[in-house]
Design a binder for this molecule. Sequence first.
Ligand SMILES: Cc1ncc(COP(=O)(O)O)c(C=O)c1O
Length: 366
Amino acid sequence: MKKEEKIYLEGFRSWAEININRLKNNIALIHQYTKKDIFAVVKADAYGHGALSISKILQTLKPVKYLCVATAEEGKELREGGVSAGILVLGGILKDEVELFKKYNLVPVVSDFGQLQLVKEACIKKIHIKFDTGMHRLGFYPEETDRIIESVSTLKVEGIMSHFPSADTDRKLTESQINQFRKIVNRFIKKNIKPTYMHIQNSAGLNYRCDFCNAVRVGLSIYGERPSPDFPIPVKTVMSVKAKVITVKGLKKGDRVSYGGTFTADRDMKVAVVSFGYADGLPRDLSNRGYFLIKDRKANILGNVTMDMTVVDVTDIPDVYEGDTVTVIGKDTQREIYFEEVAKMCGTIPYEIMCRISKRVKRVSV
Ligand SMILES: Cc1ncc(COP(=O)(O)O)c(C=O)c1O
């Protein structure tokens, strides 16, 4: 952490430490493993890590050829913040966004004939074309390939792409998508359109061979989470969420804790009140279920998580005082709480847990 940030943190109750070395190393590991260019997905504020600072680092890394956002507005924020790398807008282009695309030099993913018409009328030349090989969200159907090839003669098709819905769980579907996409790519090449980039693999897709593609479009794994237990690359978690202890106090046997009194002390206890609640992004589902780390020891959440505070059990953890740092998610000194583990406890996915870490939690590079 930089010296001035440490001073700044003195006024902050909670913060997320973004480990830049881990981010860089994750990119290097993914590149080493895939030998492909990287389209780094930085949408949704870089999955909660802070899109601008993350993008400024990513754009200096050699394997990173594009930054991917969901909307033109997200692209605009990066450009206004000084990002110069190529920006691909995964969510496509709407009529009222044309000027943003032009002004901020954003590249649209085109996924229907209306959008194709729109980019032609707007004289936006560089595009990536998306095919729907099984996600059934955005994209042209493979049967439309020849019609598209005829329609793009005046454009620069820089990329063709598709997307996996279930690379972590459905090998049969994923392999059939790869085969369909290979045929599409071959059709373009046969018709003398050779895009610079062919890309279909997301993080979970890195478990598959896809030799005809030369780029991967990855988010979760660059932030250090494994999309499945058999993920082959030893990436490390980039974000660690921290908060301060507000106060430490005693409970008498029989005392009930927090709104609704859903926890009753079965003995005399010592608890810490931590300055982190659901408004900071802690799922309320962790009430009476989750835990934080204090001095590398587990401190179980007692009672309901509240908007700004959570009560944890520190009966058996000596020397906990007001102002002490607590690890909410991520790395303490030795032990680590993984986003995956928290997500499982809440019946969701690590993406959602990352994205919901709120604005109140200051992001700091370490
Ligand atoms: C179109 C598209 N490509 C790539 C990704 C990156 O996926 P992951 O974060 O699983 O690597 C996403 C993420 O939602 C996406 O929507």
